[in-house]
Design a protein around this ligand. Structure first.
Ligand SMILES: [Zn+2]
Length: 177
């Protein structure tokens, strides 16, 4: 999948038990997002790169805004970046996020160039400053249990990339065999 691209340092997938149940929505893949979520499950952040200009673009890009080309390739980035701006969300914007508030949403500039709108974890937003280093983490959401406490048998959602202040951390592997 990432043939010829530079490999990032391996990062682990955080069990979402480190976060409140419902902190992350269950996300289902479609054909367009399948490669993105396959990469996330490996601890890789997959975006796109323009084959004509070399511009690195966001994962959702369909054409290159720089040169107009639609010849884009999958491209694994380092997961390193800097914080551009952020907001602390207190009011639930959509019902699937009712277990998540308050949370921090942020714009991050990747080291490779593109800006991404991301969830920022590991902070309540009070200690942030523009330009500080941030890096990707990967979380595995589970269906919040409605009371039983036992495994509901519900399939977990896709592994989701999020960002946290600081450099990439070596995560002690949980859940991955
Ligand atoms: Zn281009």
């Amino acid at each position: 999948m990432s043939d010829g691209t530079t490999g990032p340092p391996p990062t682990g997938v955080l069990a979402v038990g480190a976060f409140t149940a419902g902190a992350f929505p269950l996300v289902a893949r479609d054909d367009a997002s399948a490669a993105f979520f396959d990469a996330a499950a490996r601890g890789e952040l997959l975006v796109r790169r323009c084959l004509d200009s070399g511009d690195v673009l966001g994962p959702e890009a369909r054409t290159c805004p720089g040169c107009g080309s639609a010849r884009l390739e999958p491209f694994v980035v380092s997961g390193r970046g800097v914080l551009v701006t952020w907001a602390v969300v207190h009011q639930v914007p959509v019902s699937v996020l009712r277990g998540a508030v308050p949370y921090v949403t942020a714009v991050v500039e990747l080291a490779e160039g593109p800006w991404l709108l991301v969830r920022l974890v590991g902070t309540d937003g009070s200690d942030l400053r523009a330009g500080q280093p941030v890096s990707a983490r990967f979380v595995q959401p589970h269906q919040p249990d409605e009371g039983s406490g036992a495994d509901s048998g519900e399939a977990p959602g896709e592994v989701l990339p999020v960002f946290a202040p600081g450099e990439p951390a070596a995560v002690s592997g949980q859940g991955e065999s």
